[in-house]
Ligand binder design. Structure first.
Ligand code: ATP
Length: 138
């Protein structure tokens, strides 16, 4: 079955929303097949966010992602890549639809980078690349 990489970003972990995010994934019917909390460094994040290198929010994004622990998970189930992105809502938490993780639990804190609680892979290719990066042991 399909798998996706889910990250609960430092704002989510610090605000004690780890359980709430995992609850929504499980309530939707997906299975958490790997789960680990860790602090990450520049090297991993530069690879993870390679597509954003050179953008104005790149440095603030890495700083934010290193500001506290991150929870990395692999979620599994048919359609989980699109399904989790639908659960997460759109990138900007101010306009993300109510009912979504970002819409219900996120807001704009006035920071340069959008603190939007979670990350989810955006395609099968991204999912494969990101899972290999975050869970190299498989
Ligand atoms: P994610 O990849 O984290 O699931 P996404 O696909 O909605 O979110 P991307 O476009 O991949 O967003 O951007 C990665 C992250 O960088 C966003 O989740 C957000 O934290 C931050 N970000 C993206 N665009 C902006 C922006 N214009 N201004 C500030 N921060 C941004």
């Amino acid at each position: 079955p399909e798998r996706t990489l889910v990250l609960i970003k430092p704002d989510g972990v610090t605000r004690h929303l780890t359980g709430e995010v995992l609850r929504r994934i499980e309530a939707k019917g997906y299975t958490i097949v790997a789960l680990e909390q860790r602090t990450v460094g520049t090297e991993l994040l530069t690879e993870h966010y390679a597509e954003h290198q050179g953008k104005p929010f790149f440095a603030p994004l890495l700083e934010f992602m290193m500001s506290g622990p991150v929870v990395a998970a692999i979620a599994e189930g048919h359609g989980v890549i699109e399904g989790f992105r639908s659960l997460a809502g759109t990138t900007n938490p101010t306009s993300a639809a109510p009912g979504t993780i970002r819409g219900d639990l996120g807001r704009d804190w006035g920071t340069t980078v959008q603190q939007n609680l979670v990350h989810g892979s955006d395609s099968p290719e991204s999912a494969e690349r990101e899972i290999a990066l975050w869970f190299p042991q498989g």
